[in-house]
Ligand binder design. Structure first.
Ligand code: EPZ
Length: 439
């Protein structure tokens, strides 16, 4: 007699099980912007006073940034969506390596630490799934403000020479409108001695949000949101009580959830100017949109193909390229998607093909022939936005789609399945342990 021994319970990666074919209804609330909150938190290093940030999203990246700031001596307390950061006593200017490695955004500490302490030592953020993520512009700009910067063993060390240990205003021309470089250099320049001009600055709403916070803290900044930002350095900054802008990428993702399920769905709050290019593309594919002063209602029936190319703001945002491609995979007709910002941000194409999408790749361009129905399958999210794109595809697919890569998803979307289920989706988050029966 053959005895079959059941394999041991396997530790299966946590995953989302998405049952396709459900229309959405009602409304979905948008949290505060991850890509603003992270840099605003770093700005607490610029003052000895307490900085209160409101509308901070409950994300793993936010928690990680709080841990890094706490390791530098900042007192960090959180109550619901309010985070208080007190940097009255900064114990060191080198965040611990093991923490920094877990969060690219920790590099945002280098500018304020240098401005406040006259020195900073931060590990290179390094590359990730979507690209090499260089910080050449950040380093070039810090040198233009008088810092001596060296990179050894994967660590960036920046020091302000001389007794004053105070940066000096300078004229910086960015080779590319880098969001992170613009934000880093703004935070370095606000306490510098003299005027700083940043040319070819990034125009993203998150840059404006940072400028508005710094101005609320007493900084003197003109031109944020334009290609030329002018900063008159001051000797010190005070605390502030400031609300983070809504997350335009999360908002765009949920609008696309409404479109891909051919639903009528209200997403709120939405600032239309933060999503101009995306709203135009949604109308081009056949969606009706109406803004009621706070929220945006999308109504989608027949979706047709469209061409899109990612560009720096106000162009189409690279962070919504993957989610939008999921929609185009279900459109009638042909689409062309060109990714111009990151060198490796089309890995979700292979996963969509596993679900029956008809996509042909050529370099940084994807040619998509819409299909009537995607079919549910086990898929892997390879970065934060690709994981979200897989969930969207699962909403529209025939059958069940199992999405892995939640460690990416949870970095940028707070309780994504909970928000979608409240609007009619059917998604289960399976625990990290599962017997074969459940796997
Ligand atoms: C920010 O990253 C966002 N992250 C990204 O969001 C977003 O995709 C990106 O801006 C573009 O909008 C945060 O704000 C935390 P960049 P950042 O410097 O600042 C090249 C998400 O999904 N470049 O504007 O790192 C770079 O290689 C994330 O939420 C240089 O060549 O972006 C890239 O191709 C992903 N040299 C392009 O510029 C440099 O010195 C845009 O990078 C710096 C950047």
């Amino acid at each position: 007699m053959t005895v079959t021994v059941a394999p041991p319970t396997r530790l299966a990666n946590p995953r989302l099980e998405v049952v396709g074919g459900h229309q959405l209804h009602g409304e979905i609330r948008v949290s505060g912007a991850k890509n603003s909150a992270l840099v605003l938190m770093a700005a607490c290093l610029l003052t000895q006073d307490t900085l209160r940030l409101r509308n901070v999203p409950p994300l793993t990246d936010i928690t990680a940034m709080g841990e890094i700031l706490a390791a530098l001596g900042v007192r960090v307390t959180r109550s619901r969506d309010i985070v208080d950061l007190s940097g009255d006593h900064i114990s060191q200017s080198a965040p611990p390596y093991e923490l920094v490695n877990s969060l690219r955004a920790s590099f945002f500490c280098i500018g304020p630490l240098l401005a406040r302490m006259g020195m900073a030592q931060v590990p290179l953020p390094g590359g990730c799934q979507i690209g090499s993520r260089p910080v050449v512009e950040h380093v070039k700009g810090l040198k233009a403000l008088g810092a001596q910067v060296s990179i050894e063993h994967g660590v960036v060390t920046a020091v302000v020479p001389g007794r004053s240990r105070r940066l000096t205003g300078g004229h910086i021309h960015l080779d590319c409108p880098s969001v992170g470089a613009t934000e880093t250099l703004m935070m370095a320049a606000v306490l510098a001695d003299g005027e700083t001009i940043i040319d070819n600055a990034a125009l993203e709403p998150e840059v404006i949000d940072l400028a508005n916070l710094l101005i609320a803290m007493g900084a003197r900044i003109r031109g944020a949101g334009s290609p030329t930002i002018v900063i008159d350095g001051v000797s010190e900054l005070h605390g502030a009580d400031y609300a983070v802008i809504p997350d335009r990428i999360e908002a765009g993702t949920f609008l696309l959830a409404g479109a891909i399920t051919r639903s009528i769905l209200r997403v709120t709050p939405v600032i239309p100017d933060h999503l101009g290019a995306v709203l135009t593309k949604l109308e081009d594919v056949g969606c009706q949109l109406s803004h009621d002063g706070e929220g945006l209602t999308i109504s989608a029936r027949d979706i047709r193909g469209v061409d899109l190319r990612t560009m720096p703001f106000p162009g189409f945002p690279t962070d919504l390229q993957a989610p939008f491609m999921s929609l185009l995979a279900t459109a009638s007709g042909t689409s062309m998607v060109v990714e111009t910002i990151f060198e490796n941000r089309l890995q979700h194409v292979a996963e969509l093909q596993r679900m029956g999408a008809d996509i042909r790749m050529q370099g940084n361009t994807a040619y998509i022939e819409g299909v009537v129905r995607l079919s549910g399958a086990p898929v892997q999210g390879t970065d934060l936005r690709a994981s979200a794109a897989m969930v969207l595809a699962g909403l529209a697919a025939d059958g069940v789609t199992t999405v892995r890569g939640l460690e990416f998803l949870d970095r940028g979307y707070a309780n994504m399945e909970g928000k979608l289920n409240a609007a009619g989706a059917q998604i289960r988050r399976l625990s990290s342990e599962a017997s074969n029966a459940d796997a």
